[in-house]
Design a protein around this ligand. Sequence first.
Ligand SMILES: [Zn+2]
Length: 425
Amino acid sequence: MNVLFIIKILLFNNLNNSGSIEALVPRSLFAVKDTINLKVNSEGFAPVLVNWEKGIVSEIIPIKKDYLKIKKILFPRFVEPHSHFDKSFSWLSFPNLKSNYENALSVNIEEHITRTAGKVINRAEKSLNFALENGYRAIRSHVDTYNLQDKTIWPELFELRQKYLSLISLQYVALAPLEFWSSKDGEKLAKNLKKSGDIIGGVVVPPFNKQKHDYLLSNMILLASKYNLEIDLHIDESSQFPGAGIKLLLRTIKKLKCNVSITCSHLSSISLLKSRDIAILSKQLVENNIKVVALPLTNFWLLNHDKNVLPIVRPVAPIKQLQNFFVDVSVGSDNVQDPWYPFGNFDPFYLMALAIPMLQINPWDRLSISALLTAPSRLLNLSWDGIIRGGCPADFVILDGTSWADIISGNVKKEVLIKGKIYKK
Ligand SMILES: [Zn+2]
């Protein structure tokens, strides 16, 4: 960031979080009345002047002259649709050196035994500080929940949300074994989550007993329906039995005729199905208003991991086929420095740098931008959809750069603005 720019923002900031910047903005991320004078370059960026007053965007004006001199790129602050900040940064104490799914689960269980509310809150705060600095405005985090010791964690998590309320929105998913949601403790927690506006979650990964899982999923969906709760499932995070979990879920929903809002996280193994079968499933997902979160980082790291062989088959939610049938797909980070994934740091630019080439999604395409920015806002049901327009919060991430190569260079210089003011720790 050059000195003049800093002075400009700081100067305006003294006047009630007001300011102005000339920047390149992805065309699908802002709304403007004057489209006649709008220029869009080959990578989908449009040069605009963004003005904000008292922390709220007041005006967006297309820039006609000298736009090649603009060396800033502006994004709305990001939304993380799927994380696990209850276990983040536990890798060094609980490494999964085999780097496969089975061992991740067993090390996760070892870690869980040692949990205290204090440890979880420390990890969560460390995660939030990274997330704020790196440009997130909202995070959905799953929280392992399966026994008495977890009861003490929930009140502290609710307090944590209040503490950070002015800076970042937090949404929790109680990630429990399916059996938990058929128990009295499960119903009690469901009631509390209804009050707090949070979500119930579970894991449906084959091989499983179909009859038992049908019964348990039915109970979970009925519980969600009773308390008007959303569900977010880790489902088909596997390289085997393609689509076994989602097929069971769809059958269960059909049988119950309940209208519960469901997110399917991972859905990796359906990429192994034939195109025709993916098309059929996609239509059913849309009919049932089921949203999908693709999590390429953990999938590429854990699934089919082999010490001696680089696998050609790397299952991850088939984002393009799903989007072609109008399924709302978000791309998320999943784990950060824990037994499931040893890297990451709650940074949307780290996610984009890896996910864009892994998924072969062109960042200049509207649908790719949707999966990375606006679909996560819809998933979390946030009051702002992430499109920059008059009246929205001046919540931005402003980078030095002129191209997508700069954005995903791994060495991006950025400033985060929250309600028109530069964020400092
Ligand atoms: Zn996860």
